[in-house]
Design a protein around this ligand. Structure first.
Ligand SMILES: NC(=O)c1ccc[n+]([C@@H]2O[C@H](COP(=O)([O-])OP(=O)(O)OC[C@H]3O[C@@H](n4cnc5c(N)ncnc54)[C@H](O)[C@@H]3O)[C@@H](O)[C@H]2O)c1
Length: 304
Protein backbone atom coordinates (compact mmCIF):
# COMPACT_ATOMS: atom_id res chain seq x y z
CA UNK A 1 0.00 0.00 0.00
CA UNK A 2 1.27 3.46 -0.88
CA UNK A 3 2.26 5.93 1.77
CA UNK A 4 1.37 9.60 1.94
CA UNK A 5 2.83 12.40 4.05
CA UNK A 6 0.42 15.27 4.79
CA UNK A 7 2.18 18.38 6.08
CA UNK A 8 -0.21 20.58 8.04
CA UNK A 9 -2.23 17.41 8.62
CA UNK A 10 -3.75 18.67 11.90
CA UNK A 11 -5.07 21.79 10.20
CA UNK A 12 -8.42 22.56 8.66
CA UNK A 13 -7.88 21.32 5.09
CA UNK A 14 -5.02 18.94 6.02
CA UNK A 15 -7.16 16.89 8.38
CA UNK A 16 -9.76 16.38 5.61
CA UNK A 17 -6.95 15.31 3.26
CA UNK A 18 -5.88 12.77 5.93
CA UNK A 19 -9.48 11.47 6.05
CA UNK A 20 -9.67 11.15 2.26
CA UNK A 21 -6.49 9.03 2.04
CA UNK A 22 -7.54 6.87 5.01
CA UNK A 23 -10.87 6.24 3.27
CA UNK A 24 -8.90 4.57 0.44
CA UNK A 25 -6.72 2.64 2.92
CA UNK A 26 -3.46 4.51 2.32
CA UNK A 27 -0.79 4.59 5.01
CA UNK A 28 -0.84 8.15 6.30
CA UNK A 29 1.78 10.19 8.15
CA UNK A 30 1.03 13.75 9.23
CA UNK A 31 3.56 16.44 10.17
CA UNK A 32 2.36 19.47 12.08
CA UNK A 33 3.74 21.79 14.78
CA UNK A 34 0.17 22.74 15.82
CA UNK A 35 0.84 26.46 15.46
CA UNK A 36 -2.66 26.90 14.01
CA UNK A 37 -3.67 23.25 13.73
CA UNK A 38 -5.61 21.28 16.32
CA UNK A 39 -4.65 17.78 17.45
CA UNK A 40 -8.35 16.97 17.92
CA UNK A 41 -8.78 17.19 14.15
CA UNK A 42 -6.82 13.94 13.80
CA UNK A 43 -7.02 12.27 17.20
CA UNK A 44 -8.12 8.64 17.15
CA UNK A 45 -7.23 8.26 13.47
CA UNK A 46 -5.03 5.44 12.25
CA UNK A 47 -2.05 7.60 11.22
CA UNK A 48 1.50 8.32 12.34
CA UNK A 49 1.66 11.84 13.75
CA UNK A 50 4.94 13.78 13.84
CA UNK A 51 4.83 16.90 15.97
CA UNK A 52 7.62 18.71 14.15
CA UNK A 53 8.32 22.10 12.67
CA UNK A 54 9.00 21.60 8.99
CA UNK A 55 11.44 24.51 9.00
CA UNK A 56 13.69 22.09 10.90
CA UNK A 57 15.39 20.20 8.06
CA UNK A 58 17.04 17.67 10.42
CA UNK A 59 13.74 16.54 11.99
CA UNK A 60 12.10 16.56 8.59
CA UNK A 61 14.80 14.31 7.17
CA UNK A 62 14.36 11.88 10.09
CA UNK A 63 10.71 11.67 9.10
CA UNK A 64 11.45 11.16 5.39
CA UNK A 65 14.09 8.52 6.03
CA UNK A 66 11.75 6.60 8.35
CA UNK A 67 8.61 6.90 6.25
CA UNK A 68 9.81 7.33 2.65
CA UNK A 69 6.45 8.67 1.49
CA UNK A 70 5.27 7.98 -2.08
CA UNK A 71 3.28 11.22 -2.10
CA UNK A 72 3.71 14.46 -0.18
CA UNK A 73 0.66 16.66 0.20
CA UNK A 74 2.15 19.96 1.33
CA UNK A 75 -0.33 22.16 3.18
CA UNK A 76 1.67 23.42 6.19
CA UNK A 77 2.07 27.16 5.81
CA UNK A 78 1.69 30.60 7.27
CA UNK A 79 -1.89 31.16 6.04
CA UNK A 80 -2.77 34.71 7.08
CA UNK A 81 -2.60 37.58 4.58
CA UNK A 82 -2.45 40.25 7.30
CA UNK A 83 0.25 38.38 9.30
CA UNK A 84 2.31 38.17 6.13
CA UNK A 85 2.25 41.97 5.95
CA UNK A 86 3.15 42.31 9.66
CA UNK A 87 5.90 39.67 9.70
CA UNK A 88 7.09 39.09 6.18
CA UNK A 89 10.26 37.28 7.26
CA UNK A 90 8.26 34.65 9.18
CA UNK A 91 5.91 34.25 6.21
CA UNK A 92 8.86 33.63 3.88
CA UNK A 93 10.51 31.18 6.32
CA UNK A 94 7.26 29.26 6.58
CA UNK A 95 6.13 29.36 2.98
CA UNK A 96 9.42 29.41 1.06
CA UNK A 97 12.25 28.00 3.20
CA UNK A 98 10.24 25.09 4.58
CA UNK A 99 9.03 24.26 1.08
CA UNK A 100 12.65 24.11 -0.10
CA UNK A 101 13.38 21.70 2.80
CA UNK A 102 10.53 19.51 1.54
CA UNK A 103 11.66 19.69 -2.10
CA UNK A 104 15.23 18.71 -1.17
CA UNK A 105 13.87 15.63 0.56
CA UNK A 106 11.45 14.78 -2.27
CA UNK A 107 14.52 14.83 -4.53
CA UNK A 108 16.68 12.77 -2.17
CA UNK A 109 14.03 10.15 -1.34
CA UNK A 110 12.56 9.96 -4.87
CA UNK A 111 9.05 10.96 -3.81
CA UNK A 112 6.64 10.14 -6.63
CA UNK A 113 4.77 13.42 -6.49
CA UNK A 114 4.26 16.53 -4.39
CA UNK A 115 0.86 18.24 -4.34
CA UNK A 116 1.19 21.86 -3.26
CA UNK A 117 -1.52 24.10 -1.78
CA UNK A 118 -1.45 27.48 -3.46
CA UNK A 119 -4.06 30.19 -3.57
CA UNK A 120 -6.20 32.59 -5.59
CA UNK A 121 -4.07 35.32 -3.94
CA UNK A 122 -1.38 34.69 -6.59
CA UNK A 123 -3.60 36.44 -9.17
CA UNK A 124 -3.95 39.70 -7.20
CA UNK A 125 -6.49 41.89 -9.02
CA UNK A 126 -7.84 39.42 -11.59
CA UNK A 127 -6.97 40.08 -15.20
CA UNK A 128 -10.34 38.51 -16.05
CA UNK A 129 -13.14 36.90 -14.04
CA UNK A 130 -13.14 33.96 -13.71
CA UNK A 131 -9.33 33.73 -13.43
CA UNK A 132 -7.67 31.07 -15.54
CA UNK A 133 -4.40 29.35 -14.63
CA UNK A 134 -2.74 31.05 -17.62
CA UNK A 135 -3.71 34.55 -16.46
CA UNK A 136 -1.23 37.09 -15.19
CA UNK A 137 -0.07 36.63 -11.58
CA UNK A 138 0.49 39.81 -9.57
CA UNK A 139 0.10 39.13 -5.83
CA UNK A 140 -0.85 42.04 -3.58
CA UNK A 141 0.53 40.59 -0.32
CA UNK A 142 3.68 38.83 0.92
CA UNK A 143 1.47 35.75 1.40
CA UNK A 144 0.45 35.73 -2.28
CA UNK A 145 4.07 36.30 -3.28
CA UNK A 146 5.48 33.57 -1.02
CA UNK A 147 2.96 31.09 -2.46
CA UNK A 148 3.79 32.15 -6.03
CA UNK A 149 7.51 31.87 -5.26
CA UNK A 150 6.81 28.38 -3.89
CA UNK A 151 5.13 27.47 -7.18
CA UNK A 152 8.22 28.62 -9.08
CA UNK A 153 10.60 26.65 -6.83
CA UNK A 154 8.51 23.54 -7.39
CA UNK A 155 8.64 23.98 -11.17
CA UNK A 156 12.39 24.54 -10.97
CA UNK A 157 12.93 21.35 -8.91
CA UNK A 158 10.82 19.52 -11.46
CA UNK A 159 12.92 20.85 -14.36
CA UNK A 160 16.31 20.37 -12.67
CA UNK A 161 15.77 17.20 -10.65
CA UNK A 162 12.62 15.54 -12.02
CA UNK A 163 10.49 16.10 -8.90
CA UNK A 164 6.88 15.59 -10.10
CA UNK A 165 4.26 17.98 -8.84
CA UNK A 166 0.71 19.25 -9.00
CA UNK A 167 0.02 22.81 -7.87
CA UNK A 168 -3.52 23.54 -6.65
CA UNK A 169 -4.74 27.13 -6.37
CA UNK A 170 -7.72 27.20 -4.01
CA UNK A 171 -10.60 29.65 -4.03
CA UNK A 172 -12.29 30.36 -0.64
CA UNK A 173 -12.38 27.05 1.21
CA UNK A 174 -15.00 26.50 3.94
CA UNK A 175 -16.34 23.65 6.05
CA UNK A 176 -16.07 21.80 9.35
CA UNK A 177 -12.87 22.29 11.46
CA UNK A 178 -12.13 25.72 10.01
CA UNK A 179 -10.98 27.89 12.87
CA UNK A 180 -12.86 31.14 13.50
CA UNK A 181 -9.82 32.58 15.28
CA UNK A 182 -7.16 34.79 13.77
CA UNK A 183 -7.39 35.28 10.03
CA UNK A 184 -10.42 33.06 9.56
CA UNK A 185 -12.60 32.59 6.52
CA UNK A 186 -15.83 34.56 6.43
CA UNK A 187 -17.95 31.39 6.69
CA UNK A 188 -16.35 30.30 9.98
CA UNK A 189 -16.61 33.85 11.39
CA UNK A 190 -20.34 33.99 10.54
CA UNK A 191 -20.80 30.48 11.95
CA UNK A 192 -19.24 31.48 15.28
CA UNK A 193 -21.53 34.51 15.51
CA UNK A 194 -24.57 32.40 14.62
CA UNK A 195 -23.76 29.95 17.42
CA UNK A 196 -23.27 32.80 19.93
CA UNK A 197 -26.25 34.76 18.55
CA UNK A 198 -23.88 37.70 18.12
CA UNK A 199 -23.96 40.50 15.55
CA UNK A 200 -22.75 39.65 12.07
CA UNK A 201 -20.85 42.42 10.32
CA UNK A 202 -20.68 42.77 6.55
CA UNK A 203 -18.04 45.04 5.08
CA UNK A 204 -19.47 47.51 2.54
CA UNK A 205 -22.65 46.72 0.59
CA UNK A 206 -22.13 42.94 0.77
CA UNK A 207 -22.32 42.62 -3.01
CA UNK A 208 -18.64 41.72 -3.32
CA UNK A 209 -18.43 38.13 -4.57
CA UNK A 210 -16.29 35.13 -3.75
CA UNK A 211 -16.02 31.59 -5.08
CA UNK A 212 -16.69 29.25 -2.14
CA UNK A 213 -15.54 25.64 -2.32
CA UNK A 214 -16.38 22.98 0.28
CA UNK A 215 -13.40 21.44 2.05
CA UNK A 216 -14.34 17.88 1.02
CA UNK A 217 -14.14 18.91 -2.64
CA UNK A 218 -10.68 20.33 -1.92
CA UNK A 219 -9.46 17.18 -0.13
CA UNK A 220 -10.79 15.12 -3.03
CA UNK A 221 -8.83 17.30 -5.48
CA UNK A 222 -5.66 16.60 -3.47
CA UNK A 223 -6.34 12.86 -3.47
CA UNK A 224 -7.11 12.69 -7.18
CA UNK A 225 -4.15 14.84 -8.20
CA UNK A 226 -1.78 12.67 -6.14
CA UNK A 227 -3.08 9.31 -7.27
CA UNK A 228 -4.24 9.83 -10.88
CA UNK A 229 -1.90 9.87 -13.83
CA UNK A 230 -1.39 13.61 -13.92
CA UNK A 231 1.77 15.55 -13.22
CA UNK A 232 3.56 18.87 -13.55
CA UNK A 233 0.38 20.93 -13.91
CA UNK A 234 -1.23 23.85 -12.10
CA UNK A 235 -4.98 23.83 -11.43
CA UNK A 236 -7.56 26.12 -9.91
CA UNK A 237 -9.78 24.36 -7.35
CA UNK A 238 -13.14 26.08 -7.08
CA UNK A 239 -16.84 25.76 -7.80
CA UNK A 240 -16.55 28.52 -10.43
CA UNK A 241 -19.49 30.46 -8.98
CA UNK A 242 -20.02 34.05 -7.81
CA UNK A 243 -21.57 34.18 -4.36
CA UNK A 244 -22.07 37.60 -2.78
CA UNK A 245 -21.37 37.97 0.93
CA UNK A 246 -25.00 38.98 1.38
CA UNK A 247 -26.15 35.80 -0.36
CA UNK A 248 -23.79 33.78 1.85
CA UNK A 249 -25.27 35.44 4.95
CA UNK A 250 -28.85 34.74 3.82
CA UNK A 251 -28.07 31.10 3.01
CA UNK A 252 -26.45 30.58 6.43
CA UNK A 253 -29.47 32.20 8.04
CA UNK A 254 -31.76 29.81 6.16
CA UNK A 255 -29.97 26.76 7.61
CA UNK A 256 -29.71 28.05 11.18
CA UNK A 257 -31.87 29.56 13.91
CA UNK A 258 -30.30 32.99 13.40
CA UNK A 259 -32.91 35.76 13.03
CA UNK A 260 -30.93 39.02 13.17
CA UNK A 261 -30.14 41.23 10.17
CA UNK A 262 -26.53 41.78 9.19
CA UNK A 263 -24.84 45.01 10.33
CA UNK A 264 -23.05 46.84 7.52
CA UNK A 265 -19.73 48.52 8.23
CA UNK A 266 -17.18 50.38 6.18
CA UNK A 267 -15.75 48.51 3.20
CA UNK A 268 -12.20 47.21 3.60
CA UNK A 269 -9.65 49.25 1.64
CA UNK A 270 -8.15 47.41 -1.29
CA UNK A 271 -10.65 44.55 -1.04
CA UNK A 272 -11.02 42.72 -4.37
CA UNK A 273 -14.59 43.18 -5.62
CA UNK A 274 -15.05 39.91 -7.48
CA UNK A 275 -12.96 36.79 -7.17
CA UNK A 276 -13.80 33.60 -9.02
CA UNK A 277 -11.59 30.82 -10.37
CA UNK A 278 -12.22 28.93 -13.60
CA UNK A 279 -12.06 25.20 -12.77
CA UNK A 280 -12.39 23.92 -16.37
CA UNK A 281 -8.79 22.70 -16.58
CA UNK A 282 -9.11 20.45 -13.50
CA UNK A 283 -12.51 19.16 -14.70
CA UNK A 284 -11.10 18.32 -18.15
CA UNK A 285 -7.82 16.78 -16.94
CA UNK A 286 -8.94 14.55 -14.05
CA UNK A 287 -12.00 12.74 -12.67
CA UNK A 288 -12.55 15.57 -10.14
CA UNK A 289 -15.75 17.50 -10.00
CA UNK A 290 -17.18 19.47 -7.10
CA UNK A 291 -19.96 17.61 -5.32
CA UNK A 292 -21.14 20.38 -3.05
CA UNK A 293 -23.11 23.48 -3.99
CA UNK A 294 -22.94 26.27 -1.40
CA UNK A 295 -26.38 25.21 -0.15
CA UNK A 296 -25.31 21.58 0.31
CA UNK A 297 -21.99 22.50 1.91
CA UNK A 298 -23.51 24.98 4.35
CA UNK A 299 -26.31 22.59 5.25
CA UNK A 300 -23.75 19.90 6.15
CA UNK A 301 -21.49 22.39 7.94
CA UNK A 302 -24.21 24.06 10.01
CA UNK A 303 -25.78 20.73 11.00
CA UNK A 304 -22.57 19.87 12.95
N1 LIG B 1 -8.48 27.99 3.81
C1 LIG B 1 -8.46 28.55 2.60
O1 LIG B 1 -9.45 29.15 2.15
C2 LIG B 1 -7.20 28.46 1.75
C3 LIG B 1 -7.21 29.11 0.51
C4 LIG B 1 -6.08 29.01 -0.29
C5 LIG B 1 -4.97 28.28 0.12
N2 LIG B 1 -4.98 27.68 1.34
C6 LIG B 1 -3.78 26.92 1.73
O2 LIG B 1 -4.17 25.65 2.21
C7 LIG B 1 -3.22 25.20 3.19
C8 LIG B 1 -3.95 24.77 4.45
O3 LIG B 1 -4.62 25.90 5.00
P1 LIG B 1 -5.76 25.80 6.11
O4 LIG B 1 -6.82 26.75 5.75
O5 LIG B 1 -6.10 24.37 6.35
O6 LIG B 1 -5.00 26.43 7.37
P2 LIG B 1 -4.56 25.78 8.77
O7 LIG B 1 -3.91 26.89 9.52
O8 LIG B 1 -5.71 25.09 9.40
O9 LIG B 1 -3.50 24.69 8.31
C9 LIG B 1 -2.10 24.90 8.28
C10 LIG B 1 -1.46 23.82 9.13
O10 LIG B 1 -0.03 23.89 9.00
C11 LIG B 1 0.55 23.77 10.28
N3 LIG B 1 1.87 24.44 10.23
C12 LIG B 1 2.11 25.75 9.97
N4 LIG B 1 3.44 25.99 9.99
C13 LIG B 1 4.05 24.80 10.26
C14 LIG B 1 5.41 24.41 10.41
N5 LIG B 1 6.40 25.27 10.30
N6 LIG B 1 5.67 23.11 10.69
C15 LIG B 1 4.68 22.19 10.81
N7 LIG B 1 3.37 22.52 10.67
C16 LIG B 1 3.06 23.81 10.40
C17 LIG B 1 -0.43 24.43 11.22
O11 LIG B 1 -0.29 24.05 12.56
C18 LIG B 1 -1.77 23.98 10.62
O12 LIG B 1 -2.19 22.74 11.14
C19 LIG B 1 -2.23 26.35 3.39
O13 LIG B 1 -1.08 26.08 2.62
C20 LIG B 1 -2.99 27.55 2.85
O14 LIG B 1 -2.10 28.55 2.39
C21 LIG B 1 -6.07 27.75 2.17
Amino acid sequence: MKKVLVTGGAGFIGSHVVDRFLESNYEVAAADNLVTGNIENISGKNIKFFNIDIRDSVKLEELFSAEKPDYVIHLAAQVSVSSSVEDTVYDAEENIMSLINILELCKKYNTEKIVFSSTAAVYGIPEEVPSKESNKTAPLSPYGLSKLTGEEYIKMYSGLFGVNYVILRYANVYGPRQSAHGEAGVVSIFNDKIKADGDIFIEGDGLQTRDFVFVKDVSKANFICATENIKNETFNVSTNTDISILELFNTMKKYSEYTKDAVHKEARKGDIRNSRLDNTKLLDSTSWKPEYTLDQGLKEYLAK
